[in-house]
Design a protein around this ligand. Structure first.
Ligand SMILES: [Zn+2]
Length: 158
């Protein structure tokens, strides 16, 4: 066994009238993410965590936001492609832990579905995927509901 760890972090601006995709799920919300893709911070942070663990660059390198190919793309496809890249190197997932930081809406009720979507893409079980949520206690840009952040840690093995 050759375990390797990686982390990922992602931010997006929030604006009224846009869709809020988190962990592959569409969440009812007044505001959504400004992005070249669908702006799913959770999946983007996980992409960077698994790519980082495998030592193969990052999401911006593999899927540039200047490319029309990735305009409005479903981030589940980006995660699928990222997983394919690490699988090609002989890696599989041990576990993923992710924290979403946003002021609102409350997303606890959507977490089981996120885990199920993410685990299917990463060819593992929901028990190996952790998704947590916290607020910024009204501090800074997250507290003012101007933006959203997600952090992910991945442990993979060859
Ligand atoms: Zn992103």
């Amino acid at each position: 066994m050759n375990p390797r760890t990686g982390h990922g972090i992602d931010f997006h601006r929030l604006e009224k009238g846009l869709k809020l995709w988190l962990g592959g799920i569409l969440i009812p919300s007044e505001k959504g993410c400004v992005a070249h893709s669908d702006g799913d911070v959770v999946l983007h942070a996980i992409c960077d965590a698994i790519l980082g663990a495998a030592g193969i660059e990052d999401i911006g390198h593999h899927f540039p936001d200047t490319s029309p190919e990735f305009k409005n793309i479903d981030s589940k496809i980006l995660l699928k492609k990222s997983f394919a890249l690490i699988k090609e190197k002989g890696f599989s997932i041990i576990n993923i832990d992710c924290t979403i930081c946003l002021e609102k809406p409350k997303i606890a009720g959507y977490i089981p579905e996120m885990k199920s979507v993410i685990s299917r893409i990463l060819e593992t079980t929901p028990e190996n995927i952790s998704v947590k949520a916290t607020t910024a206690e009204k501090l800074g840009f997250i507290g003012r509901e101007e933006g959203i952040m997600a952090i992910a840690v991945a442990l993979i093995e060859k």
